[in-house]
Design a protein around this ligand. Structure first.
Ligand code: IMP
Ligand code: MG
Length: 179
């Protein structure tokens, strides 16, 4: 275990088992649709790369895109303002497509809510969100992912894409920071 961590919350094996299961479920869901899978940078890239490789058989015309959303606020609190600061998509790409947003964690719910609203504005066939983690006790707005790998308690976690000040993203497991 990394020396800055106090605990491993989700091991490589637990992550792999659950992500495989979710990938199979999503492959069924999108078997007759053409999903545009959109991962939010940077936290959900590792989850996305494992998840899409478990989506077998590959749904027709599946595409992978990336978007970056930032919420403004100071320290650990957000003001509720979420903006898209980077995207590999043009608004036209969204029209008529089944959008599958991939998130690392739903915390306050603000990012998920804002991203869903943004995609809804551009005439998609559907917009759904899959999240690796969720901390329901932290919700500030009523937003729930359509698919979720793990519900966790209100602890700050890192690894498997999640960071603390840009560190620890490459850890293959999810751990709790030493306080
Ligand atoms: P939101 O509050 O639901 O809008 O989530 C905003 C973002 O906060 C997430 O996408 C993560 O980048 C970050 N975040 C929330 N909780 C944690 C955590 O425990 N570890 C690392 N990042 C977190
Ligand atoms: Mg982050």
């Amino acid at each position: 275990m990394h020396p800055d961590l106090s605990d491993i919350l989700l091991s490589e094996e637990e992550l792999s088992f659950r992500v495989t299961e979710l990938g199979r479920e999503l492959a069924k869901e999108y078997a007759d649709k053409e999903p545009l899978v959109v991962a939010t940078l940077k936290g959900s890239t590792i989850f996305m790369s494992d998840l899409v490789r478990c989506m077998q058989p590959v749904p027709p015309n599946m595409r992978l895109e990336f978007i970056r959303a930032s919420s403004y606020g100071s320290g650990t609190t957000t003001s509720g303002q979420v903006s898209i600061t980077m995207s590999t998509l043009s608004d036209d790409d969204i029209k008529g497509r089944h959008i599958l947003l991939v998130e690392d964690i739903v915390d306050s719910g603000l990012t998920g809510q804002a991203l869903t609203a943004y995609f809804q504005q551009h005439s998609p066939a559907s917009v759904k969100l899959v999240s690796l983690l969720s901390k329901p006790s932290r919700r500030e707005v009523p937003f729930e992912p359509d698919w979720l790998a793990f519900e966790i308690e209100d602890k700050f976690v890192v690894g498997y894409g999640l960071d603390y000040d840009q560190h620890y993203r490459s850890l293959p497991y999810i751990g709790v920071m030493k306080s």
